[in-house]
Design a protein around this ligand. Structure first.
Ligand code: BG6
Length: 466
């Protein structure tokens, strides 16, 4: 649809930027922090998460940079193991203090804190007891949520429960060191994460009267490879299993019926105890976080043993699944140097689809370009490719707004360079460069990239200049 005049970004639009604790903080065992499953990763050639961008020691300087850029919001995650080192026992006062200071500093600079409670970093001690397969983890999360609301509920108005639950179920390896769970176990984990989110949501509604809470799944429109009706069925299958199942639960508190028959078909229906469905129904979201990177294109299943084509990949790679869909090609879209599809119009498609289904306020909680940035000899980073990527996506967000989508904010990934989940510092996302290599920590200096100044102007003009 063409619009005669585009809607302006709302005056209180949350122009933000995002990070997650384990990818940016470092200080992996400082001041009483317990270990998380991420601390077990010790890759040979790339950075691990032990020091990362050392935000733990640079937080004040980092918030000053956020303020200089003009950020209205900062989405960050709290490390569960920093707050409760074994996930379920004593509270670590030093951990409480760290986020207390960070939140105070943000508020002092009029930056809205948007807090993710759990972003891939399950406390290791909980993992040893079965992690999300163990129902006790649901209660541990509720207890952790209570500690967060007690300590930060007076200042934090936006809470995100779980980051990319759908990716953790569809790409489980990095979250389950030691052993990849079976499909049945994964959907049990997913049920437990749904319950944990719902319980935290109920608690948030009781304890923090004017706060809003929601999930942050990775949502993307799925295209059929051709107009063949069976390709359309495959796209619908995968979009439902990958995306709608998670949002239907967050918004309506029930299992999507197509997703349920998929779980029956694949023998992975979770065990549901008495009372669970009531909790899920009660603990529904106030807004939806959306991590968007790329659309995917799929074709009809052949159901002949060749639908799933294993290949190296990460959370954006669609492998295909027997009897459900095959991974397809989209000749109209480019890719990043890391093989991720670039589809800015797909962001508009995705936002419109979510809006049609749920009519909820939407917050883009992640979107950005991972690239091999280069620091020039004169100390600059000319990331015009990132500016181009974000400009195209912001324009599509404005079109979605004009289409009627209730978009309340946009938090590109990432505020500052951080450890990419698979490529260390070889794949950078930030507006701010961190001067370190994979293994050589150098001086960790913070250097503003060209995109920093560009985004500063976008925010200053509330999106009217891009
Ligand atoms: C999202 C995650 O899936 O993608 C982030 O929530 C992650 O934690 C981001 O960093 C980019 O992915 P990657 O693999 O390039 O770091």
């Amino acid at each position: 649809m063409y619009h005669k005049k585009l809607k302006e970004f709302p005056k209180d639009f949350l122009w933000g930027a995002a990070t997650s604790a384990y990818q940016v903080e470092g200080a992996w065992k400082e001041d009483g922090k317990g270990m998380s499953v991420q601390d077990l990763h010790e890759p040979e050639d790339i950075a691990d998460f032990k020091i990362a961008s050392d935000h733990y020691h640079h937080w004040k300087e980092d918030v000053a940079l956020m303020a200089e850029m003009g950020l209205k919001a900062y989405r960050f995650s709290i490390s569960w193991a920093r707050i409760i080192p074994d996930g379920d026992g004593e509270v670590n006062q030093k951990g409480i203090e760290f986020y207390d200071h960070l939140i105070d500093e943000l508020v002092a600079h009029h930056i809205e804190p948007i807090v993710t409670m759990y972003h891939f970093d399950l406390p290791l001690e909980l993992h040893k007891k079965g992690g999300w397969c163990n129902r006790a983890t649901v209660d541990a999360f509720e207890k952790y949520a209570k500690v967060l609301f007690e300590n930060y509920g007076d200042r934090v108005k936006y809470w995100l429960t779980v980051n990319e639950q759908n990716c953790m179920i569809n790409h489980p390896n990095a979250m389950n060191p030691g052993k990849t769970p079976t499909k049945k176990e994964l959907y049990q984990q997913s049920h437990h994460m749904f319950l944990a989110s719902a319980k935290a949501t109920i608690l948030c509604h009781k304890m923090c009267k004017d706060a809003k809470i929601g999930p942050a799944p990775n949502i993307t429109a799925i295209y059929p490879e051709t107009c063949k009706p069976l390709d359309a069925i495959a796209a619908d299958n995968w979009e439902t299993i990958r995306c709608w199942m998670y949002l239907d639960m967050a918004v309506y508190g029930y299992y999507n019926s197509l997703a349920w028959s998929y779980m029956e078909e694949k023998d992975c229906v979770p065990e549901i105890e008495d009372g669970d469905m009531e909790i899920l129904k009660e603990g529904t979201a106030d807004f939806l976080g959306v991590n968007y990177y790329a659309t995917a294109t799929v074709s009809a299943s052949k159901n002949d043993g060749t639908d799933c084509q294993p290949r190296n990949g990460d959370q954006q790679v669609m492998l295909g699944e027997e009897g459900v869909y095959r991974s397809g090609n989209n000749p109209y879209l480019e890719q990043t140097e890391f093989g991720w599809i670039i589809d800015s119009v797909g962001l508009r498609v995705t936002l419109r689809r979510i809006d049609s289904r749920y009519h909820m306020p939407l917050l883009i909680t992640e979107n950005g370009l991972g690239a091999k940035d280069v620091l020039t000899e004169d100390g600059k980073v000319h990331d015009d490719y990132r500016i181009d990527y974000l400009e195209r996506h912001f324009k599509q967000a404005q079109l979605a707004l004009s289409d009627g989508v209730n978009l309340i904010g946009y938090c590109p990934w990432a505020f500052i360079d951080l450890v990419s989940t698979h490529q260390g510092y070889g794949k950078r996302y930030g507006f701010v460069y961190v001067d370190r290599d994979e293994k050589n920590l150098k001086d960790m200096a913070r250097i503003k990239k060209d995109s920093f100044y560009w985004y500063q102007n976008v925010i200053r003009t509330n999106g009217s200049e891009m």
